[in-house]
Write a protein that binds this ligand. Structure first.
Ligand code: CP
Length: 321
C-alpha cells in the first residue's frame, strides 16, 4: 500500500496489521526502545491547510521516533497567501524530496487529488479532508477500543459503539463507521435529524434519536464535536437544548454499563457535547486516545514507508534494529 486516503483503502487484514504493529511499537516504546532508525534519511512533510493540535503534533512525534526528517508546513505564513495552488505547493515539496506528505485540508477530496494527480512521487496520508474522512483518527479510536475492551488482540466483533452528535460535519464519524464495521463492531449513530447527512441509511449503521435509550446498549460512546465553524445555518434551536438532548453529563453516564468507555476525538466543546466532569471521569479514555495516536501514526508511517510488517519489527527489535 502506498497511500492512506480513506478507510476504504484498507482490507480488514490491513487494518489489523496496522493495529498489531501499533501495539508492538507501543510496547517497545514503553520498554527500552524510544527511537527506531527505520526511516532514517526519509523526509516526511506535514502539509496542514487547516488548524490542528493532536494530529499534526502526533504525526511529527511519530515520524521523529522513526528517525525521519520532518518538515512542518502550515498555510499561515506560506506562499498560499500569495495565491499559490495546491499543485505548485505539491511540486515544490516533491522537489525538496518529500517521501511522504500528510495533508489536512478543508476541501473534501484534497488528499485524493494530491495522490491521483501524481504531483507527488511519495506517499500521501489523509489527515482530515473537509467533512469526508480522517482515517488515522478512526485507526487510533479502534486501537483504543481494542486495548480497553479486547486486550489488544483480535477484531471488535460483538462490541457496540455509539457515535453521538454532529455526524453531518464529521469526517471522524464517517471513517469510524467504515472501520468499526470492517472490524466487526455494531455502530449506532445518535443525532438530531438536522445533523445527519443525506444518505446516512446506506452507511450500514443504526440511526437513533434518543441518547438516553442508546447509552445502556453500548460498550463505547464517542461524542462528536459540534463543528460550529462549518455551520452557516442553524442546526438546533439553542446550545442549551442541544446539550440537554445530546450532551453527555454525569447523570446520563449512570445509564452506561460500568465497563463502557467514553471517547471524544478532540478538540472538545466542554459544556456543550460533553460536560467537564464526564470528560474527566474514570470511564473517559480521551487522553489515552491522544497518546495512542502516536503509536498508530508510527505504525502507518512504518508500514507505508518502511514496507515492513509487525513480524519484522519483532525480529528487528530483538536484534537491536
Ligand atoms: N482529532 C483531531 O483531528 O484533532 P486536531 O484537529 O487537534 O488534529
Amino acid at each position: 500500500m502506498k497511500n492512506l486516503l480513506s478507510i476504504n483503502d484498507l482490507s480488514k487484514a490491513d487494518a489489523l496489521e496496522i493495529l498489531d504493529t501499533a501495539v508492538e511499537l507501543s510496547r517497545l516504546s514503553e520498554n527500552t526502545v524510544r527511537k527506531f532508525p527505520t526511516l532514517r534519511g526519509r523526509t516526511v512533510v506535514n502539509l496542514f491547510f487547516e488548524d490542528s493540535t493532536r494530529t499534526r503534533i502526533s504525526f511529527e512525534a511519530a515520524a521523529k521516533r522513526l528517525s525521519a526528517d520532518v518538515i512542518n508546513f502550515s498555510a499561515k505564513g506560506s506562499s498560499l497567501s500569495k495565491g499559490e495552488s495546491l499543485k505548485d505547493t505539491a511540486l515544490t515539496l516533491q522537489a525538496m524530496g518529500a517521501d511522504a506528505v500528510i495533508i489536512r485540508h478543508s476541501a473534501s477530496g484534497a488528499a485524493h487529488q494530491l495522490a491521483r494527480q501524481e504531483w507527488m512521487k511519495g506517499s500521501v496520508i489523509n489527515a482530515g479532508d473537509g467533512t469526508h474522512e480522517h482515517p488515522t483518527q478512526a485507526l487510533l479510536d479502534a486501537f483504543t477500543i481494542r486495548r480497553r475492551l479486547r486486550a489488544d488482540s483480535g477484531d471488535l466483533t460483538g462490541l457496540s459503539v455509539g457515535i453521538v452528535g454532529d455526524v453531518l460535519h464529521s469526517r471522524v464519524a464517517r471513517s469510524n463507521v467504515l472501520l468499526l464495521q470492517k472490524l466487526g463492531a455494531e455502530v449506532i449513530l445518535v443525532a438530531p435529524p438536522t445533523l445527519l447527512p443525506v444518505g446516512v441509511d446506506s452507511w450500514g449503521a443504526q440511526v437513533r434519536y434518543s441518547l438516553d435509550d442508546v447509552l445502556p446498549l453500548v460498550d463505547a460512546v464517542m461524542m462528536l464535536r459540534v463543528q460550529r465553524e462549518r455551520m452557516e445555518d442553524l442546526f438546533f434551536p439553542t446550545e442549551r437544548e442541544y446539550s440537554r438532548n445530546f450532551g453527555l453529563n454525569l447523570e446520563r453516564m449512570n445509564r452506561l454499563k460500568n465497563t463502557a468507555i467514553v471517547m471524544h476525538p478532540g478538540p472538545m466543546n466542554r459544556g456543550l457535547e460533553i460536560s467537564a466532569d464526564s470528560a474527566d471521569s474514570h470511564q473517559s479514555v480521551i487522553v489515552e486516545q491522544v497518546a495512542n495516536g502516536v503509536s498508530v501514526r508510527m505504525s502507518v508511517l512504518y508500514l507505508l514507508l518502511g514496507g515492513a510488517t509487525a513480524r519484522d519489527l519483532n525480529l528487528s527489535s530483538a536484534g537491536g534494529m
